[in-house]
Design a protein around this ligand. Structure first.
Ligand SMILES: [Zn+2]
Length: 130
């Protein structure tokens, strides 16, 4: 605890807030895209079937919003940890995550050692990311 200085913490906090704004912007774009797609679909569907187009659009949109939602949850969790003073500790082994690593990946909850172990263990699941 307390390994990060107040300045470092506030730098990381603003990185996280930036990231949060980016992700929220991206999710909004996906939602806008979705409603445009729905609108177009309504028009087309009154004239005939567009099943193939329909399913590929939906897959893309789902993938995008899932990605944004997961990132956002992680960023929000990191901001919460800043608030309650547990930010910067590895969730797995409890060590202090180096500032340099947090600057690159401020939402991370794991030190490099735990993360690479985790990645080896989940190598068979390419969609899982930390
Ligand atoms: Zn660790």
């Amino acid at each position: 605890m307390g390994k990060l200085s107040a300045e470092q913490l506030s730098e990381l906090k603003s990185l996280l807030e930036q990231r949060k704004a980016e992700i929220e912007g991206r999710i909004d774009e996906v939602r806008d895209g979705q409603s445009r797609v729905d609108h177009a679909r309504d028009i087309i569907e009154t004239r005939g079937s567009v099943e193939r187009q329909h399913s590929s659009d939906r897959e893309v949109d789902l993938a995008l919003s899932d990605m944004g939602a997961v990132d956002l949850a992680r960023v929000n969790a990191a901001l919460e940890r800043i608030e309650n003073g547990t930010y910067g500790e590895c969730d797995e082994c409890g060590c202090d995550i180096p500032f340099a690593r947090l600057q690159i990946e401020p939402q991370t909850q794991h030190c490099v050692a735990c993360k690479s172990r985790w990645e080896r263990e989940t190598a068979a699941v390419p969609t899982a990311r930390m």
